[in-house]
Design a protein around this ligand. Structure first.
Ligand code: AVJ
Length: 306
């Protein structure tokens, strides 16, 4: 399905929704990076703390000659902690959908780690995960690195399917080093997705700007409001855009009606206890070897092997 049809299908549903992937145009990616620097949004700082404090142990568990695969590496920032400690890694394979940003980031990494082959691949990991030189013999493990609680964007059944694809990619004996947000006091979750600076609100509303630009839509951003809350029944933070008034919006000449307070669901961010995530990964063929948390126990990095 092309993207315009995807947008229209989501907006014609009784409960309107849009894929969170539409949040990440250039402006959206910039806004997300600003979110990670706010005090309220703890996941990035908590995960970075874990990687800084425990990368030597992670590297030791992974062992020598490893091939590290990072699907959707974004700014390829977090892998540095691991690359500094890994014994003679064979390659770092970084994929992302934005070619320009990806090549800029991997060029910088190659300069910082001149002896490690850094291989950028432009692709969407939801569609495929390419491993160059796939059939060359190798001594070390293949390990998928998947930080940032990106797995939390998917509902558990879909998340498990993606973990199964990771398991296939790393083959028997391969590893998965993955960062996942923990369940916690809903007040802390609420604040993380409603930062007082209002950057998360801008990030969410920017989706409408993007629809206006890329899909010839007529959204008036002043007529919508950012709303985000923890849904304990589904163990997820939901992000919505709520219509402030009854209104009609056009997208590529198609009319979409909104009632007052009707919402577009734009993102989910699932939260897991260690026991829950361990079980989800076990269903995909992964055995937990070790896990690490930050000092506040807000976030967890897991190392699994298939
Ligand atoms: C990048 C998907 C992990 O769900 O916490 C941050 C995105 N949305 N604030 C998350 C996000 C609102 C983030 N992920």
């Amino acid at each position: 399905m092309n993207e315009l049809n995807e947008v229209l299908t989501g907006l014609k549903k009784r409960k309107k929704n849009l894929s969170p992937k539409f949040l990440y145009d250039e402006k959206g990616s910039e806004l997300f990076e600003s979110i990670t620097k706010t005090k309220a949004y703890y996941p990035t700082s908590a995960e970075t703390e874990i990687l800084k404090d425990h990368s030597a142990e992670m590297a030791w568990m992974i062992g020598p000659y490893a091939t590290i695969i990072e699907p959707g590496c974004g700014n390829c920032e977090k892998i540095r902690y691991l690359l500094r400690k890994l014994p003679r890694p064979r390659a770092y394979i970084a994929s992302d959908i934005s070619a320009e940003i990806l090549h800029r980031r991997t060029d910088d990494l190659q300069e910082e780690f001149p002896t490690i082959p850094i291989l950028p691949i432009v692709e969407d990991f939801n569609e495929r995960i390419t491993i160059p030189f796939d059939n060359m013999p190798s001594q070390g493990k293949r390990v998928v690195f998947f930080p940032g609680s990106t797995i939390g964007n998917l509902a558990p059944a879909e998340a498990q399917k993606l973990l199964k694809r990771f398991a296939r990619s790393v083959r028997k004996g391969g590893g998965l080093l993955i960062g996942v947000d923990l369940k916690k006091d809903p007040k802390i979750l609420h604040r993380a997705y409603n930062d007082p600076e209002g950057i998360t609100a801008q990030f969410n509303l920017n989706l409408l700007n993007r629809l206006n630009r890329d899909f010839d839509a007529s959204f008036d951003l002043r007529q919508f409001e950012h709303k985000s809350f923890y849904n304990p029944r589904r163990s997820r933070v939901e992000m919505h855009l709520v219509s402030r008034a009854p209104q009609t919006v056009t997208i590529a000449n198609k009319k979409i009606r909104f009632g007052r307070n009707e919402s577009i669901h734009t993102e989910n961010s699932y939260k897991y206890t260690v026991a829950e995530f361990k079980k989800l990964a076990a269903g995909a063929g992964f055995t937990l070897k070790q896990s690490w948390q930050d000092t506040r126990n807000f976030f967890c990095v897991y190392y699994f092997e298939r």
